[in-house]
Design a protein around this ligand. Structure first.
Ligand code: BCO
Length: 565
């Protein structure tokens, strides 16, 4: 791109200035990682300089709307001064210090971006969570991470208040709302009087930057920790070649703030390339509002889960004339070739699928300019060497199904998560011989394209969410009607797969009305854990299939759901 080779002058660090070309070279393993790196200082502040010198188009850095007439447009310069104020709020009245962990449970509001950047400026570890989290989920996160601060919006207050006495490490509750609340610091009040002078800390490239909670087959979610460079530099090639972004582009990435996809599409990949991040805060997802947004705003680049495209292609898309849309992306769950085809026929646009994980970012993608094979998730992306391996860590030839794995070099790739915090066993379990194993099964064809087959474990991938069956089973067992349950994936035409619970009822509930009891159990799960995990299908059974040692055989139930013998 035009920007490659232009110098990013380091404002706060000594040493050679970094360029976008340097970041690319680091991702291609042609250059080593700098000792220090900070995304706010080394990328965002440099775009702000370029705005001043006219080297960047007059395109906002963040463009936020809510469909009710409210709008926020910040240049990189404004993002810089506002996030410095936010940094001063976090360090001064909140009393937070570099390395402290901050749980941020906010919907898609501009303050989410401010606090995110403020954490970078101050070296705080950012831990995003969806506002769908319940009290139990928040309690687990605050206790497991020993978070010093929770930043939340109004709707999250009751959940936090109900568990806060059980979180001895939590020092500060910061509320983002026009209203104030007893026991909470008010972000807007403190922000008004905060200074815009702040000196960005010199973070080490491998210093912790963020923690994402990620679900597995067993136990509670693990804390996948990312470094300043894994997120801040690791998405350079993804932004340029998969998202195909330039500083003139406007990208709308739909993902909720709680997921790494928000970090990829609405922070790092986009801002590395100097593009504008567009955000629409919809009260609830709705296809008409979605299509109107593409019609009314000059969005050039769209990234959304396959479930959204499945919902959209059911509409008469030819009725809509998208203002500037030119590049469409999808990921988080497998995309069916029929949807890709229907989207193309109706809009004239290709759909570029990518595949990745919270732990290691984007692994495969259909990059711009590359031939798309419908149903495939594209080829491995640099710096990864993606292979299909067997249970002993041997590489399988094209056409053979196995586990999708990343070959390790002598050092751990810089764009990997650093570890599952406080969980060396689970961190070690991701390594098999010379490979990092994804837990996903797939096939590579003779042209190097990868095809997703399914999870190697019991994790359910529904509407782009990764759902651990154990978390749903734990919620179900709290209900007096449930003696035991097994939660597996079940096919669904819109959501790809959905959560299905097989439930053995306790004696007093055996003669209950099944429809009513299903609704009651669903409602119960929605209250106990984040509602997106609730079982959309429930089947009452007399007993569950078990091994001779009494372990529930989820695979038998899952295979039955998917019509496999
Ligand atoms: O569908 P239902 O109405 O029965 O249930 C929905 C909500 O109504 C309900 N709910 C939400 N808040 C609630 C509540 N119920 C009670 N109390 C509350 N407070 O719970 C269900 C939530 O389901 P949903 O989130 O799927 O909602 P919806 O509206 O159907 O949204 C559809 C999608 C497609 C917009 C949504 O599923 C979505 O955003 N999916 C994408 C997820 C994503 O971004 N994944 C990326 C993860 S990162 C990654 O993959 C790494 C890649 C490198």
């Amino acid at each position: 791109t035009k920007l490659s080779g232009q110098h990013f002058h380091k404002s706060h660090q000594l040493g050679a200035p970094l360029t976008l070309a340097d970041f690319e070279a680091i991702n291609r393993c042609e250059k080593s990682l700098p000792k220090n790196f900070n995304f706010a200082g080394d990328v965002l502040d440099q775009w702000s300089q370029k705005e001043k010198t006219g080297e960047r188009p007059a395109n906002p850095a963040l463009w936020w709307v809510n469909g009710k007439g409210d709008e926020v447009k910040w240049s990189f310069g404004e993002l810089g001064s506002l996030s410095r104020k936010a940094a001063n709020v976090l360090t001064k009245p909140c009393g937070l210090e570099r390395g402290d962990r901050v749980a941020v449970i906010l919907p898609r509001i501009p303050e989410w971006w401010l606090i995110n950047v403020a954490c970078m400026r101050t070296g705080l570890v950012f831990m995003p969570g969806t506002t769908q989290l319940t009290a139990k989920d928040i309690l687990y996160r605050l206790r497991a991470s020993k978070a010093k601060c929770v930043v939340a919006s109004e709707e999250v207050i009751p959940a936090v208040e109900s568990i806060v006495s059980e979180c001895p490490d939590l020092k500060t509750k910061l509320l983002v709302s026009p209203h104030s609340q007893n026991g909470w610091l008010s972000f807007s009040e403190l922000f008004q009087t905060a200074s815009a002078e702040h000196s960005c800390v010199e973070t080490g490239s491998q210093e912790p930057m963020a923690i994402y909670f990620t679900s597995g087959t067993t136990g509670s979610p693990k804390m996948a920790q990312h470094s300043q460079s894994s997120l801040g530099i690791g998405y350079t090639l993804c932004g340029r070649y998969w998202l195909d972004l330039k500083s003139t582009d406007i990208i709308w990435n739909m993902s909720d703030t709680g997921w790494i996809k928000a970090a990829i599409g609405s922070v790092f990949s986009s801002w590395l390339q100097g593009a504008c991040v567009f955000v629409h805060r919809m009260a609830q997802f709705d296809t008409d509002t979605f299509l109107d947004t593409l019609t009314n705003y000059p969005i050039t680049t769209l990234c959304s889960a396959p479930t959204v495209y499945r919902m959209l292609v059911q509409k008469d898309l030819k009725r809509y004339k998208f203002k500037k849309l030119r590049h469409c992306l999808t990921g988080g769950e497998p995309l069916n070739p029929e949807v890709l085809e229907q989207w193309k026929v109706q809009t004239g646009l290709e759909l570029y699928e990518g595949y990745g994980q919270t732990e290691v970012g984007i692994i495969c993608a259909n990059q711009k300019g590359q031939e798309i094979k419908p149903g495939s998730m594209g080829k491995g992306v640099l710096p990864y060497d993606v292979q299909i391996i067997d249970e002993n860590g041997n590489i399988l030839p094209p056409g053979k199904e196995g586990e999708i794995a990343l070959r390790l070099t002598s050092t751990r790739p810089f764009c990997f998560f650093s570890e599952y915090v406080d969980n060396p066993e689970k961190t070690a379990a991701t390594i098999r011989g010379n490979f990092y194993v994804t837990g996903d099964r797939g096939v590579m064809d003779s042209d190097g394209y990868f095809w997703f087959v399914g999870r190697a474990d019991d994790v359910i991938i529904s509407s782009g969410y990764r759902i651990g069956p154990f978390e749903v089973e734990s919620a179900l067992i709290e209900h007096p009607a449930v003696v035991e349950s097994a939660v597996v994936s079940s096919p669904d035409p819109v959501r790809g797969e959905v959560v299905k619970a097989f439930v053995v009822l306790s004696a007093p509930f055996k003669s209950s009305n099944p429809e009513k009891l299903t609704l009651e159990l669903q409602d119960h799960v929605k209250k106990s854990t984040a509602p997106y995990k609730y079982p959309r299908k429930v089947e009452f059974v007399k007993e569950l299939p078990k091994t001779i040692t009494g372990k529930i055989k989820r695979n038998v139930l899952r295979d039955h759901e998917w019509g496999r013998t």
